[in-house]
Design a binder for this molecule. Sequence first.
Ligand code: G6P
Ligand code: MG
Length: 221
Amino acid sequence: MFKGALFDLDGVIADTAILHFKAWQQLMRTHFKIELPLELETKTKGVSRNDSLQTILNFCEIKVSSTQFIQLAAEKNTIYQSFLTELTSTNILPGITRLINDLRVNHIPLALASASQNGPLILDKLGLRHNFAAIEDPSQVKHGKPAPDIFIAAANSLGLDPIDCVGFEDSIAGITAINTSGATAIAIGNATELKAATIVVNNTDKLSFNTITTAFIEAHK
Ligand code: G6P
Ligand code: MG
């Protein structure tokens, strides 16, 4: 039986994943008159702010100075945070409140393993922060997703080995990170895109305690 649950945030707990991309689109439109194609969203999902900006600049074949890079990253965050002002518990994805309750009833502690530095702010706005025994600060881990660091740190903060945990993710980078950490990867999204996970559900509403237990057993066969 698994002993801990490690959560990504954007696209797993809250419907905020697309807001990151909308903020990048607005930034690139304003500064470079470029319309970012939606296909880039998959490549920036789960990836840190700076790594996302670098991916976008590479895609657009734009070179900027280090000062401009810092300014662009900060401005993206200002745009993103302006989208968050309206965020409330209505933005919790379907089935997540039920899942959190099921985990509590079964005495499974929760840790947040999000690449977002806005994680604590978002959990507060959703009214979910008290459910988390640990919230990892992504600026304190050496390597961002797809490296496993934040999932290892999250498990360790719960006093656990990742091997005894399940991890929830909606991004390719995040699934790679969970798998490398040794935890059992549970993906939410496209089954082809996220096929490296132990199980993939197409919607958070499909995440039941039973499904997760089955996935954990499957991963440890
Ligand atoms: C999450 C999102 C990414 C975002 C990253 C950093 O992983 O999926 O799209 O780039 O967090 O978020 P932040 O709020 O720190 O810019
Ligand atoms: Mg995510």
